[in-house]
Ligand binder design. Structure first.
Ligand code: SF4
Length: 91
């Protein structure tokens, strides 16, 4: 089973309108390397016309983007509220 198939078995309980990760696009514009584009295992960061686009709905809560981001204040990272977020399934 490939990585994308494994990710596909997970379930996400999305807290609509209350993203647990908020991205400050103005700060992101000042980042020359944008490591989030390649580091997020769920590929939730994309580049659209020089703007970072982010969708929190498929977040695995791994914390990679929080650690790797070189721009203080660019990512406001929190765990989802109770009962929301990723539900890992195995098998
Ligand atoms: Fe991607 Fe992990 Fe950041 Fe979620 S916590 S957006 S899965 S890098």
């Amino acid at each position: 089973m490939g990585v994308e198939q494994k990710l596909g078995v997970n379930k996400f309980v999305v807290d609509d309108g209350n993203p647990h990760i908020k991205v400050n696009k103005e700060i992101c514009k000042t980042c020359g390397i944008k490591p989030c584009l390649v580091a997020c295992p769920a590929s939730l960061y994309t580049l659209k016309e020089d703007d970072i686009s982010f969708d929190f709905a498929g977040c695995l809560e791994c914390g990679t983007c929080r650690v790797i981001c070189p721009k203080p204040g660019a990512i406001d990272w929190n765990y989802p509220q109770g009962t929301f977020g990723v539900v890992f399934r195995y098998g």
